[in-house]
Design a protein around this ligand. Structure first.
Ligand SMILES: C[S@@+](CC[C@H](N)C(=O)[O-])C[C@H]1O[C@@H](n2cnc3c(N)ncnc32)[C@H](O)[C@@H]1O
Length: 214
């Protein structure tokens, strides 16, 4: 793959990190105030969802709402998703991953999810036939992601237009009310798909390996 390798072994554990069991899970990256996380966990009581949010105020709002709607299968996580995923998740553990209306990073294309070396690590955590849902109101963001899926990641996907009455997240509601086109890619990891991280076990809070460099 013509992309530099993600340095997973250098990731420090998130503060107050807690390890999880190696059972199938769903994850949401950038869950915001948790609207979708609460909807999904309510509609799928048999699935466990880890909803990861980095911004403290949004995480606290999600936690508060979870207190009012205490779904036992929802685990809000206050962390940066990259180190949390590296420390917590086992290979092929994830059934579904949601990335809904990520920051568009207009001045920093390298920080968009499908342009990041980390995306290969994320793929290693997906189970065969596992799915990533990537939603955006920015047509160029979706077009770039499609291009990366074809040229770099070589993954099958389906593009969908999001219905005008959909209301899964606060950002989705805002964009649809403005009449903006919202789209999503449903990305599937085929059986037999390989990454360079397929044998990488979760760091579980261990200190990162020292870089062996001169
Ligand atoms: C534009 S908001 C969308 C929030 C929510 N998904 C929605 O649609 O309403 C993007 C969110 O992703 C979070 N985020 C961005 N990078 C993250 C990361 N590396 N780990 C965890 N959360 C992240 C931001 O804090 C922000 O809340």
């Amino acid at each position: 793959m013509p992309i530099r390798q993600f340095q997973a072994q250098r990731m420090h554990a998130p503060r107050d990190f807690q390890a999880i069991a190696n059972t199938p899970v769903c994850i949401e990256i950038g869950a915001g105030k948790g609207k979708h996380a609460l909807l999904f966990s309510g509609q799928h009581p048999e699935q466990t969802l880890y909803a990861i949010e980095r911004t403290r105020e949004k995480f606290l709002a999600m936690q508060k709402q979870h207190g009012l709607e205490p779904h036992a299968n929802l685990q809000p996580v206050h962390a940066d998703a990259l180190p949390w995923i590296v420390h917590a998740l086992y290979p092929a553990q994830v059934e579904q991953c949601f990335i809904l209306y990520p920051n568009p990073e207009p001045h920093n294309p390298a920080q968009r999810w499908l342009n990041m070396p980390f995306f290969e690590f994320l793929l290693s955590r997906l189970q065969p036939n596992g799915q990533i849902t990537l939603a955006s109101n920015i047509p160029e963001y979706i077009a770039e992601a499609e291009q990366q899926l074809l040229a770099l990641w070589k993954l099958p996907f389906e593009k969908q237009r999001i219905a005008a009455d959909s209301a899964r997240t606060h950002f989705e509601i805002k964009y649809l009310q403005r009449g903006e086109l919202c789209q999503q890619l449903i990305i599937r990891k085929p059986e037999g798909y390989r990454t360079r991280f397929d044998d990488f076990q979760p760091l579980q809070g261990q200190s990162p390996a020292q870089a062996v460099e001169e």
